[in-house]
Ligand binder design. Sequence first.
Ligand SMILES: Cc1ncc(COP(=O)(O)O)c(C=O)c1O
Length: 387
Amino acid sequence: MKKDTLLARTGRDPARYQGMVNTPVFRTSTVIFPDLAAYEARGDDDFKKVRYGIHGTPTTFALEDAVARMEGGYAAVAVPSGLAAITASLSAFLKPGDHVLVTDSAYVPTRNFCERRLKPGGIEVDYYDPLLGADIARIMRPNTKVVFCESPGSLTFEMQDIPAIAAVAHSRGALVFADTTWGTPYFFRSFEHGVDLSIHAATKYIAGHSDVMMGVIVTTERCWLPLRRTVGGFGFCVSPEDCYLALRGFRTIGVRMKQQMASALRVARWLQLRSDVKRVIYPALENDPGHQIWKRDFEGAASLFSLVLIPVTDRAVATFIDSLKLFGIGSSWGGYESLVQVAHVARNRSATRWDPGGPTIRLHIGLEDPDDLIADLEQAFAAMRKA
Ligand SMILES: Cc1ncc(COP(=O)(O)O)c(C=O)c1O
């Protein structure tokens, strides 16, 4: 099946639910077994059977199956947020004395977790230049267990050569984790590029409507049980309503993302021609330094990118942002609506320097008409120039 057909078919089984197109919302904590023998045989490691609410319901499994199949992984588990997906994954595979390499471009709370939880827990953490590729070999240690990637970084959009990193990591017995929220299961088939464990903030494009907090972790067969046991052991579970909403959003990820990518490219190209913009950082643009890797590994681009303004005062930046009427000022991305934020990158770097020569602004392009978005940006630039 091609991926759009798969999106429409997977994660549902009408014959099982009286012909209902969608897997219904199943609410439960307790599951009753027919006899003691069945209860005793329920299997601690059988995470695909309904046995207690914490381990999932048919609604949960429908979402997990759909995401895992789309991405080409062995299995998936839903957790309460994207950040929970990151922390559970790192916790599952690292113990005191181990070493983890984390890209310098990682989502800031990933770095905070490494600093505040992993390091005090006796796990060594080093940050690496996201552009290292196969040169990661130089900083691998005998105790390196995990190389953590995020490609592209969600503020600075450096594309990582994940296949090259994976080849080195695997030859040294380390696993490759990737925060693939930007690529999504629709545009990036992680496991074909050497990823062992793929992390999604399903809060973004998977749910897609800015109304659900969720993470989904997809793994290879080898990583599945250690990961799934850790998620269960932490007591993480997700409400069936949220799983239903996320799967409902996921059904349309293809049309949403294709449309949002087209709009993002239009806005990005328009921005590139402006004298108030120094640089647009978006791997889907032909002249972006990460374009070749993006073209090689991805089937499309998310509608999230940054621009670097020419040097202007903080007041002028605030005027630009406050003047925008169609871009909400807020965290997150991947919904149907456009968003803007200032990217404070420099203070969250240690292996590399971020000094692009002007303020960095991140835009998320939603499903609005791009002409309206461009007109809105135009009037905000005019207001900025006045300020
Ligand atoms: C790249 C990336 N990963 C993970 C997360 C965390 O997701 P959540 O907000 O669902 O915890 C975010 C959130 O902004 C993100 O941008």
